[in-house]
Design a protein. Structure first.
Lengths: 395, 202
């Protein structure tokens, strides 16, 4: 019988912050359409604009540079589609430009560019080193071609937590005349983001990774930078995203951001401490393991480990039986044939990708949680290895 | 809280076999097997080793042990298979299909069915190995692939593989195997083969 439940899959999604719950509950009465001129509409509008200010504030932008969308994926798709559009009927300056992205992006970037490629867009991919960091010399090489319209590189990777030097990448992109987009969905609330400092042109955000509700994201678009809507047919969001606003989601997002700003320092310290304890504990108690990602330039909450000779989905499900929730880069859990494209891009052996587990800690995790995992995990790995055809072989 | 401890992706039976797998091969050196089969590849994410003991007079499998590098479905289905096969004649054991095992387990999630096919493959390899060790070459059945699409050299086994990976329509089959994408003459036989495997496995 499961005697406790421990959630360590916070990069997949997070539980609502108690304050966010309260805000949403209060907001249930807000039903007015923010586009209406009467008091009901104006009231909803007021709350939406307050949330916009909070989001602008946490990334140091102006409120009018923030567009609310339906998800981080929508934010990313919006930017990419703009550059790939080849209709040319609108004489848009950015149409049909070449896109440069990386091999470790979220599927919502990779699948989108793949589809755009099939519509004759040109796309180039940047490789990463064994820690998941963009190879800067390759970036230089591609940019020197002089044809790149957009560079899109994620700020923090969801699987291994590796952070990129977005400021530097942006500087190089701008020097080469390209615009810069970063998917900051995993970075928000975990590391400071300052759009003035890093100077990106577009930046994607999502609410549900920072203890906000699902179904709402935001796109930062720097003032004066070309933009073309993805969802058309309404004047909402200054004509940049049609569709009646998700008022409840947006105010929940605003509250989540407000709380993230207040708690970021305290949370970061705690997460770093717990992650260190977890990684040390695993190193001490389990042989033949390896950590994936960058040791320092990494999200404070993400720990990705490969266990030799143990298949990831089995580990995940044995942990699940003990009430511990994690995720894996194994092919078997993804429903596809291939293990994590991120881990493979870092050049690790396929076996290690199949045997990888991601612990992504959150604000609710405690030291006891980590101790509980460290109590259960070694036995699970030992058990799986005992029945594994791949353990002795690799020894 | 809106959670349910028992709301597992797998049936209770699968969970049982996954939690307490039967007939794990603990020490291959001291196990004097009569036949041994190893299939799959760790690089592809799953591998299966199966060993059997055979009563040569009766031609009956008396014991069966296994090891795997695989997911929950692979573990549970092989555990179940190892239980089913004991006491069976070699001929009957050879005929066990993944569908038989899945049925005993009370079903598997559709996208996990392909994980359950290694156990019976390893068993057939072990049985063939037993025949070979005992000079019964005439009984060995080789699984030969038959070309269905000449242009792209896609075989019936490729089609079976695609079906197990989730191909349900001819379009999906083409996406996965490129079958019939050149001259297109094989379309009818490709669809027939696909339907045959869909029936076999689902």
């Amino acid at each position: 019988m499961v005697n406790r439940l421990i959630y360590m899959d916070n990069n997949a999604t997070t539980p609502l912050h108690p304050e966010v719950k309260k805000t949403i509950a209060e907001g249930l009465e807000l039903f007015g359409n923010a586009s209406s001129f009467h008091s009901f509409g104006r009231n909803s509008k007021k709350y939406i604009e307050e949330a916009r200010e909070k989001i602008a504030n946490i990334i140091n932008s102006q409120p009018e540079e923030i567009v609310f969308v339906g998800s981080g994926s929508e934010a990313n798709n919006t930017v990419l589609n703009m550059f790939a559009c080849t209709t040319h009927t609108c004489l848009h300056v950015e149409c049909g430009k070449t896109i440069l992205t990386s091999t470790i992006e979220h599927p919502c970037i990779l699948e989108s560019v793949k589809c755009l490629q099939s519509q004759h867009s040109k796309v180039f991919y940047l490789d990463v080193d064994k820690y998941g960091r963009i190879k800067m010399d390759k970036l230089d090489e591609y940019l020197s071609l002089g044809k790149i319209g957009l560079v899109s590189v994620m700020m923090a990777n969801n699987e291994i937590g590796t952070l990129q030097d977005i400021k530097k990448i942006t500087e190089l992109a701008h020097k080469a005349g390209a615009l810069m987009h970063t998917d900051a969905v995993q970075a928000l609330g975990k590391v400071p983001i300052d759009v003035k400092d890093i100077d990106v042109d577009y930046l994607s955000l999502s609410a549900h990774k920072i203890y906000g509700p699902k179904g709402v994201g935001a796109l930062y678009i720097k003032k004066g930078i070309p933009f073309c809507p993805y969802i058309r047919g309404g004047h909402q969001e200054r004509g940049r995203r049609a569709g009646t606003e998700n008022t409840l989601g947006i105010i929940g997002f605003g509250k989540a951001v407000e709380m993230a700003e207040i708690e970021i320092k305290e949370n970061t310290n705690k997460l770093l401490f717990l992650k260190e304890k977890l990684s040390l504990g695993i190193s001490k108690s389990i042989p033949d393991i390896s950590f994936n990602g960058h040791a320092k330039e990494c999200l404070p909450n993400t720990l990705n480990v490969s266990f030799d000779g143990a298949e990831g989905e089995s580990i995940l499900l044995y942990l699940d039986l003990e009430g511990i929730a994690v995720s894996t880069g194994s092919a078997c859990s993804s429903g596809s044939l291939d293990p994590s494209h991120v881990l493979l891009a870092t050049g690790i052996e396929v076996e290690k990708a199949h045997g990888s587990i991601r612990f992504s800690l959150g604000r609710e995790n405690t030291e006891e949680d980590v101790e509980y995992v460290l109590e259960k995990l070694p036995r699970i790995i030992e058990r799986i290895r005992k029945m594994s055809t791949a353990y002795e072989v690799s020894k | 809280m809106m959670t349910d401890d028992f709301n597992w992706v797998y049936t209770e039976r699968v969970k049982e076999h996954f939690t307490n797998p039967l007939n794990i091969l603990e020490d291959i050196d001291s196990y004097k097997e009569d036949g041994k089969g190893m299939v799959g590849n760790v690089k592809c994410g799953d591998q299966m080793l199966m060993v059997i003991k055979v009563d040569s007079e009766k031609g009956v499998v008396t014991d069966c042990k296994w090891k795997t590098y695989g997911c929950a479905s692979a573990i549970a289905s092989t555990s179940m298979l190892s239980k089913m096969v004991k006491g069976m004649t070699l001929e009957d054991a050879y005929k066990i299909t993944p569908k038989d095992i899945t049925k005993e387990l009370g079903g598997l999630p559709e996208h996990k069915v392909h994980c359950s096919v290694l156990g019976d493959k390893a068993l057939r390899a072990a049985i063939n190995d037993y025949y070979k060790r005992n000079n019964m070459q005439n009984k060995v059945i080789e699984e030969k692939a038959k070309i269905i699409c000449q242009c792209m050299s896609v075989t019936d086994l490729d089609i079976e593989h695609a079906v197990l990976e989730g191909a349900k329509t001819y379009y999906e089959l083409q996406e996965m195997t490129k079958i019939g994408t050149v001259c297109g003459q094989c379309k009818t036989s490709a669809i027939d083969t696909m339907e045959m495997y869909k029936k076999k496995h689902f």
